[in-house]
Design a protein. Structure first.
Length: 197
Protein backbone atom coordinates (compact mmCIF):
# COMPACT_ATOMS: atom_id res chain seq x y z
CA UNK A 1 0.00 0.00 0.00
CA UNK A 2 1.17 3.51 -0.81
CA UNK A 3 1.63 6.24 1.77
CA UNK A 4 -1.60 8.16 2.21
CA UNK A 5 -1.81 11.96 2.33
CA UNK A 6 -4.43 11.48 5.08
CA UNK A 7 -1.99 9.75 7.46
CA UNK A 8 -0.91 6.22 8.35
CA UNK A 9 -4.18 4.93 9.86
CA UNK A 10 -6.21 2.29 8.06
CA UNK A 11 -9.80 1.14 7.97
CA UNK A 12 -10.59 -2.52 7.48
CA UNK A 13 -14.05 -2.63 5.91
CA UNK A 14 -15.86 -5.96 6.18
CA UNK A 15 -18.31 -6.49 3.33
CA UNK A 16 -20.42 -9.48 2.41
CA UNK A 17 -23.89 -10.96 2.62
CA UNK A 18 -26.24 -10.83 5.58
CA UNK A 19 -25.61 -13.75 7.92
CA UNK A 20 -21.92 -14.05 6.97
CA UNK A 21 -20.94 -12.96 10.48
CA UNK A 22 -19.29 -9.61 9.78
CA UNK A 23 -20.26 -8.05 13.12
CA UNK A 24 -19.45 -11.23 15.04
CA UNK A 25 -15.96 -11.34 13.54
CA UNK A 26 -15.45 -7.63 14.10
CA UNK A 27 -16.32 -7.97 17.78
CA UNK A 28 -14.09 -11.05 18.09
CA UNK A 29 -10.93 -9.41 16.71
CA UNK A 30 -11.16 -5.94 18.27
CA UNK A 31 -10.16 -7.03 21.80
CA UNK A 32 -7.26 -9.06 20.37
CA UNK A 33 -5.61 -6.18 18.51
CA UNK A 34 -4.19 -2.96 19.91
CA UNK A 35 -5.07 0.30 18.21
CA UNK A 36 -8.15 -1.11 16.45
CA UNK A 37 -11.60 0.28 17.15
CA UNK A 38 -14.99 0.19 15.50
CA UNK A 39 -15.86 3.08 13.21
CA UNK A 40 -18.88 4.88 14.64
CA UNK A 41 -21.18 5.54 11.69
CA UNK A 42 -24.00 8.08 11.83
CA UNK A 43 -27.61 6.92 11.83
CA UNK A 44 -31.10 8.32 12.29
CA UNK A 45 -32.46 5.13 13.84
CA UNK A 46 -32.98 4.74 17.57
CA UNK A 47 -30.26 3.06 19.67
CA UNK A 48 -30.67 -0.67 20.25
CA UNK A 49 -30.15 -2.21 23.70
CA UNK A 50 -26.45 -2.17 24.59
CA UNK A 51 -25.49 0.41 21.97
CA UNK A 52 -23.69 3.52 23.11
CA UNK A 53 -23.63 6.89 21.34
CA UNK A 54 -20.22 7.38 19.77
CA UNK A 55 -19.16 3.73 20.03
CA UNK A 56 -21.16 1.81 17.40
CA UNK A 57 -23.02 4.79 15.99
CA UNK A 58 -23.47 8.52 16.23
CA UNK A 59 -27.22 8.81 16.76
CA UNK A 60 -28.78 11.94 15.26
CA UNK A 61 -32.21 13.18 14.30
CA UNK A 62 -33.24 13.45 10.67
CA UNK A 63 -32.76 17.24 10.50
CA UNK A 64 -29.17 16.97 11.77
CA UNK A 65 -28.41 14.13 9.35
CA UNK A 66 -29.83 16.17 6.45
CA UNK A 67 -27.66 19.14 7.49
CA UNK A 68 -24.50 16.97 7.56
CA UNK A 69 -25.46 15.51 4.18
CA UNK A 70 -26.08 18.95 2.65
CA UNK A 71 -22.73 20.21 4.01
CA UNK A 72 -20.87 17.28 2.40
CA UNK A 73 -19.68 15.94 5.76
CA UNK A 74 -20.34 12.28 4.83
CA UNK A 75 -18.05 10.32 2.55
CA UNK A 76 -21.03 8.05 1.89
CA UNK A 77 -24.61 7.72 3.09
CA UNK A 78 -27.64 5.60 2.34
CA UNK A 79 -31.34 5.76 3.06
CA UNK A 80 -32.08 2.13 3.99
CA UNK A 81 -35.79 2.69 4.60
CA UNK A 82 -37.79 5.94 4.40
CA UNK A 83 -36.18 8.49 6.75
CA UNK A 84 -33.77 5.86 8.17
CA UNK A 85 -30.26 6.84 7.12
CA UNK A 86 -26.75 5.57 7.73
CA UNK A 87 -23.64 7.54 6.83
CA UNK A 88 -19.88 7.63 7.32
CA UNK A 89 -18.60 10.98 8.61
CA UNK A 90 -15.45 12.17 6.86
CA UNK A 91 -14.07 13.62 10.09
CA UNK A 92 -14.20 10.26 11.89
CA UNK A 93 -12.05 8.66 9.19
CA UNK A 94 -9.67 11.54 8.60
CA UNK A 95 -9.01 12.12 12.31
CA UNK A 96 -8.23 8.42 12.86
CA UNK A 97 -5.98 8.26 9.77
CA UNK A 98 -4.06 11.40 10.82
CA UNK A 99 -3.58 10.05 14.36
CA UNK A 100 -2.39 6.68 13.04
CA UNK A 101 -5.36 4.81 14.51
CA UNK A 102 -6.88 1.82 12.74
CA UNK A 103 -10.61 1.28 12.38
CA UNK A 104 -12.83 -1.65 11.48
CA UNK A 105 -16.37 -1.44 10.11
CA UNK A 106 -19.21 -3.41 8.55
CA UNK A 107 -20.45 -1.34 5.61
CA UNK A 108 -22.63 -2.17 2.61
CA UNK A 109 -20.78 -2.76 -0.67
CA UNK A 110 -21.86 0.52 -2.32
CA UNK A 111 -20.70 2.55 0.68
CA UNK A 112 -17.44 0.60 0.92
CA UNK A 113 -16.73 1.40 -2.74
CA UNK A 114 -17.25 5.13 -2.12
CA UNK A 115 -14.94 5.08 0.92
CA UNK A 116 -12.27 3.18 -1.03
CA UNK A 117 -12.50 5.72 -3.87
CA UNK A 118 -12.07 8.64 -1.44
CA UNK A 119 -9.24 7.10 0.64
CA UNK A 120 -7.62 4.43 -1.57
CA UNK A 121 -4.40 4.13 0.44
CA UNK A 122 -6.14 3.87 3.83
CA UNK A 123 -8.85 1.32 3.01
CA UNK A 124 -8.56 -2.46 3.11
CA UNK A 125 -11.67 -4.28 1.84
CA UNK A 126 -12.22 -7.73 3.31
CA UNK A 127 -15.01 -9.87 1.87
CA UNK A 128 -16.62 -12.09 4.52
CA UNK A 129 -18.31 -15.15 3.05
CA UNK A 130 -20.11 -18.20 4.37
CA UNK A 131 -21.56 -21.05 2.37
CA UNK A 132 -25.29 -20.94 1.63
CA UNK A 133 -26.31 -23.64 4.12
CA UNK A 134 -24.45 -21.78 6.89
CA UNK A 135 -26.00 -18.45 5.89
CA UNK A 136 -29.49 -19.97 5.86
CA UNK A 137 -28.96 -21.60 9.27
CA UNK A 138 -27.80 -18.31 10.81
CA UNK A 139 -30.74 -16.40 9.34
CA UNK A 140 -33.20 -19.00 10.64
CA UNK A 141 -31.64 -18.64 14.09
CA UNK A 142 -32.40 -14.90 13.87
CA UNK A 143 -36.03 -15.65 13.03
CA UNK A 144 -35.82 -14.59 9.38
CA UNK A 145 -38.72 -15.84 7.23
CA UNK A 146 -38.03 -18.49 4.57
CA UNK A 147 -39.05 -16.04 1.84
CA UNK A 148 -36.56 -13.44 3.13
CA UNK A 149 -33.87 -16.12 3.51
CA UNK A 150 -34.23 -17.11 -0.15
CA UNK A 151 -34.12 -13.47 -1.28
CA UNK A 152 -30.97 -12.87 0.80
CA UNK A 153 -29.31 -16.05 -0.51
CA UNK A 154 -30.00 -14.92 -4.09
CA UNK A 155 -28.54 -11.51 -3.24
CA UNK A 156 -25.51 -13.17 -1.59
CA UNK A 157 -24.67 -14.95 -4.84
CA UNK A 158 -24.75 -11.63 -6.71
CA UNK A 159 -22.67 -9.91 -4.00
CA UNK A 160 -19.99 -12.59 -4.18
CA UNK A 161 -18.78 -11.07 -7.46
CA UNK A 162 -17.53 -8.09 -5.41
CA UNK A 163 -15.00 -10.35 -3.64
CA UNK A 164 -12.67 -9.93 -6.62
CA UNK A 165 -12.36 -6.20 -5.83
CA UNK A 166 -11.37 -6.85 -2.21
CA UNK A 167 -7.86 -7.25 -0.83
CA UNK A 168 -8.86 -10.43 1.00
CA UNK A 169 -11.55 -13.07 1.39
CA UNK A 170 -12.35 -14.78 4.70
CA UNK A 171 -14.69 -17.77 4.70
CA UNK A 172 -16.68 -17.74 7.93
CA UNK A 173 -18.21 -21.20 8.14
CA UNK A 174 -16.44 -21.85 11.48
CA UNK A 175 -16.31 -18.59 13.39
CA UNK A 176 -13.27 -19.29 15.58
CA UNK A 177 -11.16 -20.17 12.56
CA UNK A 178 -12.43 -17.17 10.61
CA UNK A 179 -11.70 -14.82 13.53
CA UNK A 180 -8.13 -16.14 13.73
CA UNK A 181 -7.72 -15.69 9.97
CA UNK A 182 -9.09 -12.13 10.09
CA UNK A 183 -6.84 -11.20 13.03
CA UNK A 184 -3.76 -12.55 11.21
CA UNK A 185 -4.79 -10.75 8.03
CA UNK A 186 -5.15 -7.41 9.83
CA UNK A 187 -1.78 -7.85 11.53
CA UNK A 188 -0.12 -8.64 8.21
CA UNK A 189 -1.74 -5.77 6.28
CA UNK A 190 -1.06 -3.25 9.04
CA UNK A 191 2.66 -3.97 8.95
CA UNK A 192 3.61 -4.89 5.41
CA UNK A 193 7.14 -6.14 4.97
CA UNK A 194 9.40 -3.60 3.25
CA UNK A 195 10.50 -4.47 -0.25
CA UNK A 196 14.26 -4.20 -0.76
CA UNK A 197 15.70 -3.53 -4.19
Amino acid sequence: MAVSPFGPGKIFILVGPGGAGKNTLMKAVMPQLDNLSQLATATTRDPRPGEQHGREHIFMDLATFEQWKDNGWFVEFEEVTPEKYYGTPKIALERAFAEGRDLIADIEIAGAERIKAAYPDNVVLVFIWAHQDVLAERMRARGTSEKDIQERLDRAEREYAFAEQCEALVVNDIQTQAADELRSLIERLRNPKPVHA
